[in-house]
Design a protein around this ligand. Structure first.
Ligand SMILES: NC(=O)c1ccc[n+]([C@@H]2O[C@H](COP(=O)([O-])OP(=O)(O)OC[C@H]3O[C@@H](n4cnc5c(N)ncnc54)[C@H](OP(=O)(O)O)[C@@H]3O)[C@@H](O)[C@H]2O)c1
Length: 315
């Protein structure tokens, strides 16, 4: 069984317009089904439990979203029900993300806000300053999670994690994490014992399932955050993905995201600049992939990376 949904709790933000099933016709008595009632009482978000905290497993990625359109898409994502927002100093959109959060009117405490420090700011003082600047741009007093965006060959991991620990002491970040860390780099970070590592964020989709790294994270109590989770829409023509999508009357993006949701300890942060896609990507909590669908999706792995810059570690 792949289903492991600890902390599945209803999100009390349901709006009638969010459900295509809830037309006026659907609301007349003979047409109300159990499915409609479930939706009426609240769409469910799946959560991962980390040290007694519920972390929304589906987040909204913001890479390459810019300006006013970034702000409006962030506000729209929050309106749809997303509560986990992923940005980075390198995306140069933290101000726009803040505008989107403000426009949404959502209480800051309801959000799980993540940012990342870029590679040239990993020395102790630079990292502290980078975080302070991100907070200013994000117009917030704290980050829920602050990540080392890419590992560094020159700055010892203990130095960067030491700075993270200082930030946490000052209440500027609630959790620390890493991104693009291989198993051995993650082992090295954990071995320092300086600060718990909440997550490792890395590329993962059906063509790069990363089951070994994900299993290692799970063993060590580290959440796995899948970035590029739908393979940038480049794998939607896969015949197996299409067949599974047809079976469930869903789109390829939805079955891929649902696959992530049914992987133990995995979070996923799809990005979209389209309101239709943002809503579509959130509409994945009303169906379940069967074990055979999950196996079929895992069978698609071909260790095919899409993100592999020159400064990447030796994967
Ligand atoms: N830590 C890191 O180094 C790292 C690296 C890469 C990404 N990330 C994070 O992960 C997030 C997601 O990764 P990503 O943006 O690279 O890739 P992604 O989420 O896998 O794919 C985004 C692409 O898919 C399209 N798309 C989204 N939903 C769709 C749908 N329902 N139907 C059809 N097309 C759809 C989007 O186009 P439209 O805009 O037209 O919808 C966009 O071109 C990023 O935004 C960022 O926050 C982190």
């Amino acid at each position: 069984m792949y289903i492991n949904i600890p902390g599945k709790v209803p999100v009390p933000t349901f709006r009638q317009g969010a459900c295509p099933h809830l037309s006026a016709r659907c609301l007349s008595p003979p047409f109300i089904t159990f499915h409609h009632l479930l939706l009426w009482y609240g769409e469910s978000m799946i959560h991962r439990v980390y040290k007694d905290e519920n972390v929304p497993a589906l987040g909204f990625g913001t890479y390459q979203l810019e300006g006013e359109s970034c702000a409006s898409r962030v506000a729209y994502a929050i309106e749809c029900g997303y509560r986990h927002i992923d940005t980075a100093e390198a995306y140069e959109n933290e101000k726009n993300v803040a505008e989107g959060i403000r426009a949404s009117g959502m209480d800051r405490k309801e959000l799980f806000l993540v940012s990342k420090v870029w590679m040239d700011n990993l020395e102790h003082d630079a990292l502290i300053k980078a975080c302070e600047q991100s907070l200013k741009r994000l117009d917030t007093d704290y980050l829920d999670l602050y990540l080392i965006h890419w590992p560094s060959e020159s700055v010892p991991i203990a130095e960067s994690l030491g700075a993270m620990a200082k930030l946490r002491e000052r209440g500027l970040i609630r959790h620390a994490g890493v991104s693009n860390f291989t198993r051995s780099l993650l082992e090295e970070a954990l071995a320092t014992g300086i600060i718990p590592i909440m997550t490792n964020q890395y590329e993962s989709h059906p063509y790069l399932s990363q089951t070994d790294l994900t299993g290692f994270c799970r063993e060590r109590g580290v959440l796995a955050t899948a970035y590029r989770p739908i393979g940038k829409a480049r794998i939607f023509d896969d015949p197996d993905i299409r067949a599974i999508a047809e079976t469930h009357n869903k789109t390829p993006a939805q079955v891929i995201l649902r696959w992530h949701m049914q992987r133990e300890g995995v979070l996923a942060i799809p990005r979209s600049s389209s309101e239709t896609h943002i809503r579509e990507n959130f509409d994945i909590f009303d169906f379940t992939l069967r074990d055979e669908d999950m196996d079929r999706m895992y069978g698609l792995n071909r260790n095919k990376r899409q993100v592999d810059p020159s400064f990447a570690p030796d994967w």
